[in-house]
Design a protein around this ligand. Structure first.
Ligand SMILES: [Zn+2]
Length: 247
């Protein structure tokens, strides 16, 4: 089976089961970037400082996890800056140098007024709003790695790597298991595994193709803890080699 490089990103940490998930990744030698909302970081500074000491990277996922399309540019700036300061404090506590300033938008909503419809063309107003938020990110020192080995044309065309925030190429979709009406019918572990076997690289399902590395998106939600290890094991079995990008 073809091996491919993968970067594991986990949003919404830390849940009450964070330590269990972190220990599991350590046991498999898998590094990860955890994108955390500031309101959770404030309550869990010790836990996240400890995770940093263990080699994990912690990034900014806003303060209160809003849809950025619903915010003014000032409110968006405040969401980013407030959590940025919390992260500075946590890195200081950890005694480790902050490797960079990394941001992921809640719901993938970059503020273009299209909410989570990532690839829908924004209105002119939406575009301006999105670009103003990108300027705020840059002003605060936020960057993403070059991800030169993530080569999906649809992501390149959408400008995902020209932005200051981190996007993803493979959404594991485990967040929809616990919904009453699972999105795209992904309502069980079996469906998640079936989805991994599909080949639709232009629609975010390219695990079985060669040529591009993957930025994998998962979540640290207490409701899906039981699926965490089986999903990671399945990704390993599919030939993914997890590492951190070059910062
Ligand atoms: Zn989130």
């Amino acid at each position: 089976m073809a091996r491919k490089t993968a970067y594991l990103t986990i949003d919404d940490a830390p849940s009450r089961d964070f330590a269990q998930k972190a220990d599991y990744l350590i046991s498999r030698g898998i590094p990860a970037v955890w994108f955390c909302a500031g309101r959770s970081l404030e309550k869990n500074s010790d836990i996240m400082a400890d995770a940093i000491r263990k080699g994990f990277v912690v990034g900014n996922h806003s303060y209160g996890h809003p849809q950025f399309s619903d915010l003014t540019v000032e409110q968006a700036y405040d969401q980013i800056r407030r959590t940025d300061e919390i992260l500075d404090r946590i890195y200081a506590m950890s005694g480790r140098k902050r490797p960079g300033r990394f941001f992921r938008f809640p719901y993938g909503d970059k503020g273009g007024s299209t909410h989570s419809d990532f690839f829908k063309a924004c209105s002119l107003e939406g575009r301006k709003h999105k670009e103003a938020i990108q300027s705020s990110l840059r002003e605060l020192g936020y960057t993403q790695p070059r991800f030169a080995d993530v080569t999906y044309p649809y992501l390149r065309k959408a400008g995902m790597f020209d932005d200051a925030d981190w996007f993803w190429s493979y959404d594991v979709h485990e967040w929809s298991i616990t919904k009453t009406e699972p999105t795209h019918g992904v309502g069980s572990l079996e469906k998640i595994f079936e989805r991994m076997d599909e080949t639709a690289p232009e629609e975010g399902r390219g695990l079985n193709t060669s040529g591009s590395a993957e930025i994998v998106l998962m979540h640290d939600h207490a409701a899906t803890t039981e699926y965490f290890a089986p999903i990671v094991d399945r990704l390993l079995a599919k030939g993914l080699d997890f590492r951190l990008p070059e910062f």
